[in-house]
Design a protein around this ligand. Sequence first.
Ligand code: PTJ
Length: 250
Amino acid sequence: MKIPESHPRYQSLMTREKIVEGIKAGIVAPEGLIAHGRGEAFDYIMGERSNEFALKAERVAVALMLISKHPVISVNGNAAILAAKELAELGEVIDAPLEVNIFHFKPERVEKIKNHLTQYTDNVLAACDAELEGLESARRIVDSRGIYIADTVLVPLEDGDRCEILKKHGKKVISIDLNPLSRTSLMADISIVDNITRAIPNMIEFAKEMGKMDESELRKIVESYDNRAILSEAIKEICKYLTKKAEEVL
Ligand code: PTJ
């Protein structure tokens, strides 16, 4: 569909089109449409911008990934279609592979996501040759060189169960989820409440700047971080934004 650039919701409609194209290409699961709609709604009531709480979490997430031994970026259908190029760049800057890991599992879709990502980087894992114990969903199927041995996993647009299991396996979890009330956001070690389309470019910039810092400095940034305070700020921002809109509408 041709969307006129003058449309006041141009950016948002273009992003929707990407998701629809992703479904047609067999990269995004049909359920990805529902997930995207939910994300859009949360984005709308937080002003569709990277708020201060998101920027703080993104900075600390980069610090944690830089000091980790095996950081891995998990990529599902929605993440691949919305931010493949940026995820590849982030992987390169922080030296982390991208691993295809999907909830609605089909080997053909794993292959399609992998091929989509390899347009931007060769550092893509998708062997599906190991399993995370304790998880029933297909997200248990991982790569033995990736999530299986990772100490830190970045999980954009995740479901709560997997986050819980990754933590039980001793891994640090960084989520990107516009819903600050989701089980994933509540359970992650670092919850980035931002749109993936803004969060990853922000993280690339932080990584370029922080790559020069020494390990003790990065460790201090991670140790002084309070994720519960960040989540609380995100929820308060929704209240503040809606209260302002309620006054403006009068
Ligand atoms: O490709 P698959 O099979 O792994 O499936 C991917 C989806 C996203 C369908 C699957 O992980 C799923 O069902 O996720 P949920 O449980 O719907 O959770 C997705 C979360 O991501 C929701 O809390 C949304 O608010 C949030 N979300 C959606 N779009 C964005 C987002 N967060 C950040 N940026 C977005 N663009």
